[in-house]
Structures are given as C-alpha cells and as structure tokens.
Ligand binder design. Sequence first.
Ligand SMILES: [Zn+2]
Length: 83
Amino acid sequence: MCAGCGRRAPKGDLARFTPVRDDDELVAVRDDKAVRAGRGIYTCRSRECFDRAVERRGFARGARGKVRVDVTMADELGDERHG
Ligand SMILES: [Zn+2]
C-alpha cells in the first residue's frame, strides 16, 4: 500500500524504501527489489505520493520510529500518475 495516498497496488508497481541502520540512526534507502532486510515502506512512483508519505510520517510509521529520508530520492520517482 502506498504510504502517501493509501492506494493498494502490487508491490512491483510501487517504489519500495527500506529503513537501514546508519550508525545511530535509520535511513530510508530506495530498495525496489527488496534486497535489504527489513520492513519496506511503499509509495507510488510519483513525487506527489513520496512527498505526501513524508508529510504524513508514513516513513516513520513504516519504520516504527524516527527515520531520515533524503527527499532528493523523489527526483528519481518521476511523475507517474495513478491509474
Ligand atoms: Zn500513492
């Protein structure tokens, strides 16, 4: 499910981010192929949904805690629309 808009979609249709430990903090990294261990956070492949997921604290919720999100990751998502 997209952490931004709540749309349910096959995981393969969504961008996946996995919180990984970096020293004493968690950092969300793009991980569409789910090669990282951990619970993924999904958003539609759109900047809009990524931004909304950040605003709605979808990343923190998905990571069950504080997580650093590099907002420039949105640049790689493009602006694919729903549907
Ligand atoms: Zn979405």
